[in-house]
Design a protein around this ligand. Structure first.
Ligand SMILES: C/C(=C\COP(=O)(O)O)CCC[C@H](C)CCC[C@H](C)CCCC(C)C
Ligand SMILES: Nc1ccn([C@@H]2O[C@H](COP(=O)(O)OP(=O)(O)O)[C@@H](O)[C@H]2O)c(=O)n1
Length: 420
């Protein structure tokens, strides 16, 4: 049965599958509705005519009442008596909440006698090619592997881009390095939304920072030569620096991915404080921090700490709003989010400002404090808390072993000294 009676603008025809494939937690089912729309092509301009039962079904499932009109007036009265117009096929209707509306769409009636002829766009194939491709990827059983591969390649390209910008003088080397620090974490976190709902997806996602761990380890210890990576990630051009801050940075990303994943905001907050917070503290502190040192740590400044507070809070707020908007966890009341996030950002900023970097790297101290405090302060979805507990039981011994190996390797490479 054709499904071309659903009215959509070309924009909607493009948006629907994209939204369905990129933003819905239940992508397989959701995508096919949007994909079908794109495949059959946008049909203009008449809205769909649907039975009252289907209309209430759709309304409940996905649409606002404004999307379903009770008379035919809105589109020239094309519907038979008793049928209703589906005025807009919104991306939301076709995507995020489409489990039920999807069941309704194929039941659309054929054109009513006397209804104005609907004009198919001539460029249907072109219009639908990209969404179709995205839809096919999203529906593929290999989808998580595609996202993994894309993110792994993206990580290399992103770091190389900053190396290039620093090498040709567009960016100062220190700024380039800190931009890598500030941006890679949140971009990586954004890729979480592209993975499927498969329970193994978080493990596959964690492979991306794990690969970077191996890369940093191999280059930092001298097993592999990669001057570009050393330039973009180290402060002084010393390869052994890769075994410190950068290595801890990727370990934190692995931990946030496996322990918190996208259904517990603690991971998003930890990454935000490490990237948006600590990253910005350096960028702003170096520029505006002269003349306002912190009284208890003259290496750091009030300007840097204020930037950390604002940057960490802002990034966490943005990521939490995005992920709750995509339905990965329930949204918090604004006052709760404001209070809890404010307290977490203050604590993380305080920790970052302490002169303790000699003993504990701030890519470890800041996210640990942020995650722990988030778990305490933010109301936790029960299943997310249980998932953290069971994942922690499995991961902590492995992470501890990884840290031990790294420390010994760093000592062997001469980048740190062990006193036992
Ligand atoms: C420069 C970095 C940390 C330094 O920390 P600090 O010493 O200044 O406190 C960050 C190093 C980043 C790393 C080389 C690359 C990480 C990639 C990430 C796991 C995945 C990003 C994927 C995305 C698609 C770009
Ligand atoms: N709260 C802060 C943090 C950093 N900074 C500036 O950023 C520089 C590097 O900070 P850092 O030693 O924490 O650097 P990372 O270990 O984070 O790379 C400091 O030397 C300060 O100039 C600041 O002014 N205020």
């Amino acid at each position: 049965m054709p499904a071309t009676y659903l009215s959509a603008t070309p924009h909607q025809a493009i948006m629907a599958p994209a939204a369905a494939s990129l933003v819905t937690p239940v992508l397989g089912a959701a995508t096919s509705a949007g994909w079908r729309l794109a495949r059959h092509g946008p049909v203009l301009p008449a809205p769909a005519c649907i039975s009252p039962a289907a209309a209430s079904h759709v309304t409940r499932a996905a649409l606002t009442t404004a999307d379903v009109s009770t008379t035919g007036a809105a589109s020239g009265g094309a519907c038979a008596a008793g049928r209703r117009h589906l005025v807009h096929a919104t991306p939301r209707a076709l995507g995020a909440k489409s489990a039920r509306s999807q069941a309704v769409l194929p039941l659309q009636s054929p054109p009513q006698p006397g209804a104005p002829r609907r004009r198919a766009l001539p460029s249907t194939t072109t219009v639908s090619a990209l969404p179709e491709f995205v839809g096919a990827l999203a529906a593929s059983p290999y989808r998580d592997y595609y996202v993994l591969a894309g993110a792994a390649v993206g990580a290399v390209v992103w770091v190389k881009l900053f190396d290039y910008l620093a090498a040709n003088g567009t960016l100062e080397q220190k700024l380039s390095r800190k931009l890598v620090h500030t941006t890679t974490g949140p971009i990586f976190v954004l890729t979480w939304a592209l993975f499927s709902a498969n329970p193994m997806a978080r493990v596959l996602a964690a492979v991306v920072p794990m690969l970077n761990f191996m890369r940093l380890f191999a280059v930092g210890t001298g097993l592999v030569s990669d001057p570009g990576l050393v330039n973009s990630v180290s402060r002084s051009g010393d390869r052994t620096e890769l075994l410190k801050g950068p290595l801890f940075y990727v370990v934190t990303l692995v931990a946030a991915t496996v322990l918190c994943w996208r259904d517990n905001p603690a991971g998003l907050i930890a990454v935000s404080m490490m990237c948006g917070g600590d990253g910005l503290a350096d960028i702003v502190g170096r520029r505006l921090g002269r003349g306002n040192p912190l009284p208890y740590n003259t290496q750091k400044s009030v300007a840097g700490s204020v930037a950390m507070l604002v940057g960490g809070y802002g990034m966490a707020y943005g990521l939490i709003s995005l992920f709750c908007g995509l339905g990965f966890f329930a949204c918090y009341p604004p006052a709760t989010l404001f209070g809890c996030l404010g307290a977490v950002a203050l604590a993380a900023t305080a920790v970052e400002s302490l002169p303790i970097n000699k003993w504990v790297d701030d890519n470890v101290s800041v996210p640990i404090v942020a995650a722990a405090l988030s778990l305490v302060l933010l109301p936790q979805p029960a299943e997310a808390a249980a998932a953290v507990a069971s994942a922690a039981a499995a991961v902590v011994p492995v992470a501890a072993a990884g840290m031990a190996v790294t420390t010994v390797a760093a000592a062997a490479a001469g980048s740190i000294s062990l006193s036992v």
